[in-house]
Design a protein around this ligand. Structure first.
Ligand code: GLN
Length: 240
């Protein structure tokens, strides 16, 4: 297969808790194992992105203070390009703190961090404990219902706007807000989720599906004995 997956990692040094950069390692490995090229670019504070130069944009999770540092910068320097990229079908994958910045904004401590408005959602701090623990959801990314397992730890509660689709239905854990039974967001090829792990090592099928969506290809399965064991272990941690 002659394709190359061109990935742009957003704010990699600021948005990388729970080793979220491991998601990039999984995408790279699964491309290499199939003879698909892999290019990694990065864009951080003050840097613009080229909407047409990447097939997949990625942002990991972050502490509130790191999110504050990136939120305004992302709106100022990357918002337009991300909208153009999403409109042409590029995959945008955002985890936890990154996910919270995909929507209208994140309100914390009387301050409103702006979001890039790729999807219709709002995140707020409400009284109550952080939502922490192993989590499993059922999601359908166009290849039939599958389970995604991971670990969540967020103080923010996310509410989707009317008509916005969640990434999945919570099987175990808290999800977006601990109330409505939904987790993440999924519009076109824009995907947000609270699940760390990192996410993709525990859900190799999801890594493959993202590569398929980003490149418009169909992938043949690999020998995933180890990856399947990691998935099973994450499922059992979540009580499934
Ligand atoms: N700082 C955000 C929150 O606590 C996101 C945390 C994270 O990325 N794990 O809600």
């Amino acid at each position: 297969m002659a394709a190359t997956l061109r990935v742009c990692s957003l704010y990699p040094e600021l948005m990388n808790i729970y080793a979220d950069r491991g998601n990039i390692a999984v995408l790279r490995a699964r491309c290499a194992w199939r003879g698909i090229g892999f290019e990694l670019a990065r864009a951080s504070v003050g840097e613009t992105v080229d909407a047409g130069a990447h097939d997949l944009f990625y942002m990991g999770g972050g502490q509130d203070r790191d999110q504050a540092a990136v939120a305004r910068d992302m709106v100022a320097t990357k918002r337009e390009a991300l909208h153009r990229a999403a409109a042409r079908g590029a995959v945008v994958l955002a985890v936890c703190g990154g996910y919270q910045l995909l929507g209208a904004g994140y309100e914390l401590g009387g301050e409103e961090l702006p979001g890039v408005g790729l999807v219709d959602l709002r995140t707020v701090r409400e009284p109550g404990p952080r939502l922490i623990g192993n989590c499993a959801i059922e999601a359908d990314l166009g290849s039939g219902p599958r389970v995604i397992a991971g670990f969540e730890n967020h103080g923010g509660r996310t509410y989707l706007g009317e008509g916005e689709r969640p990434l999945g239905r919570v099987l175990s854990g808290h999800g977006n807000n601990g109330k409505d039974g939904f987790e993440g967001v999924h519009r076109g090829n824009v995907i947000g989720t609270y699940l760390h792990g990192p996410l993709l090592p525990k859900n190799a099928w999801l890594a493959d599906r993202l590569i398929e969506l980003a490149l418009g290809v169909e992938l043949q399965p690999l020998d995933d004995a180890m990856e399947d064991a990691a998935h099973e272990s994450a499922l059992s941690a979540a009580g499934l």
